[in-house]
Write a protein that binds this ligand. Structure first.
Ligand code: ATP
Length: 437
């Protein structure tokens, strides 16, 4: 059924609240703009995103290792990285009635998008959140919450090099919170002030950056399509024109998704050159060069960085999966999640709350849990309604235990997308589901 782009975001936002994916932070106090909480199904979705990223960027490879650095780092880090001077957005304020603030580079036509009033001259606004370490709040104790995780990888580059057996080319990967005091957060969890970043710095020989840049662009696109199951026609590359590149970048490609509000950046793949290692080397006085053990060449590696926010993937997956169809004159809402990302993969339900069905249903849950993400659903209500609830959270299969099961030792598997039902012996259930997945 056709859902308009305008409706889609509203429907997904409503579903997220109704079914416990995502809530506004501090909602009972009126919420806080740019901050969101993840409810039970949202946590499961986000964990799957994180784990699939980690699995494919770290665990399944020989050449990438992990790191967890702190959210607050030495103040010099952000001076060296250029964030103190360059991590700024042009802030303009409405001089008309509404006095709202906007990002100057995102306002079309030079008038306030809300009330049409005139706008102030742009003023550069630094997006880093500041706080203080220790009891005295003065400029000497000022620190920032990290706006990216990447600097941890550069600052710890030498430590990783000296403590492991990595050889160039190799990567250091990190997932964790990042904070940006965005002027206009919005589009649900697309642009947040506190979010979860997943970044990998891949260190290469200086003259091999083009090759690895191409490699990581392609590899990351493949991940979205093959591992997350995102519709290929809603993904594209966007190569940044030279004049809009960040201060550290030689070339950047965004992987974009066709969001309801237009094509938007999902992930950035950047060729950061040796900018970060060089500037940290200069400021800290520490030698951050790499000695090639085979050629005895010494050089500062260049860096290719794929960087993406887990929250942005989450909203993208929800939008990509959302669908409605017509079943017996009623609208059925269904999230057509890929099995890899579905918060629940199999829901097991006894047809009624009778003890004689609960026992076998529980046994099936125990048998399935080592293999799949399983939810046991014994809530009352007819089976059709319970199927709909599982459709709404994107569960690919429901397994129903009924009174016949007690005689024939078989259960019904009901598939989410086709709604087809087949009868399968309990003894073959794990194999049958494994095959289907
Ligand atoms: P923009 O110019 O849109 O503010 P950016 O180019 O500065 O964004 P990057 O620094 O490239 O963004 O961020 C890397 C990735 O982190 C983005 O592709 C996105 O997935 C995620 N991300 C960045 N900012 C936010 C945010 N405010 N909320 C959620 N995710 C974000």
């Amino acid at each position: 059924m056709a859902i308009t782009r305008d409706d889609l975001m509203e429907k997904v936002t409503a579903l997220c609240k109704r079914r416990g994916f995502i809530f506004q932070s501090s909602e009972i106090y009126g919420g806080l703009s740019g901050f969101y909480d993840y409810g039970p199904y949202g946590v499961a979705l986000k964990r799957n995103i994180r784990e699939l990223w980690w699995r494919h960027l770290v665990e399944l490879r020989d050449d990438v290792v992990g790191l967890e650095s702190t959210l607050i780092m030495h103040p010099e880090v952000w001076k060296a990285s250029g964030h103190v001077d360059n991590f700024v957005d042009p802030l303009v304020q409405c001089l008309g009635d509404c006095k709202r603030r906007w990002r100057g580079d995102q306002v079309q036509g030079g008038r306030c998008p809300n009330c049409g009033g005139a706008l102030s001259e742009p003023r550069l606004f630094n997006l880093m959140f500041a706080t203080h370490v220790g009891p005295v709040a003065d400029s000497a104790s000022e620190v920032h919450l990290r706006p990216e995780t990447a600097q941890g990888m550069f600052v710890d580059f030498k430590n990783v090099l000296n403590s492991t057996r990595v050889r160039i080319p190799f990567g250091i990967a990190q997932q964790g919170r990042a904070f940006r005091n965005e002027i206009t957060p919005g589009n649900f969890v697309f642009r947040l002030r506190e979010f979860e970043l997943m970044e990998m710095e891949y260190f290469v020989k200086p003259d091999e950056d083009d090759r690895w840049f191409e490699y990581w662009r392609a590899e990351r696109m493949r991940w979205y399509q093959e591992v997350l199951g995102v519709r290929p026609d809603r993904l594209r590359f966007f190569d940044h024109p030279k004049e809009s590149l960040s201060h550290y970048s030689k070339q950047t490609t965004d992987i974009e998704y066709d969001f309801p509000f237009g094509w938007g950046e999902l992930e950035g793949v950047a060729d950061r050159t040796d900018f970060d290692l060089r500037t940290h080397q200069e400021r800290s006085g520490e030698d951050l060069s790499y000695l090639d053990p085979e050629t005895n060449e010494r050089y500062l590696p260049w860096v290719i960085e794929p960087a993406v926010g887990a929250d942005r993937i989450a909203i993208m997956l929800l939008l990509d999966a959302y669908d409605e169809d017509e079943v017996k004159g009623e609208t059925r809402v269904v999230l057509r999640f890929h099995r890899n990302v579905a918060p629940v993969q199999v829901a097991v339900m006894p047809l009624s709350k009778k003890e004689e069905l609960i026992g076998p249903a529980r046994e099936i849950v125990t048998a399935l849990r080592p293999h799949f993400r399983v939810e046991y659903d014994q809530t009352g209500g007819n089976i059709g309604r319970r199927y709909r609830r599982q459709d709404e959270v994107g569960t690919p299969y429901c397994v129903t235990v009924d009174f016949d099961s007690l005689q024939d030792r078989a259960v019904t598997i009901r598939e989410r997308d086709s709604m087809e039902q087949v009868r399968v012996p309990i003894a073959e259930l794990v194999d049958e589901l494994t095959q289907r997945f």
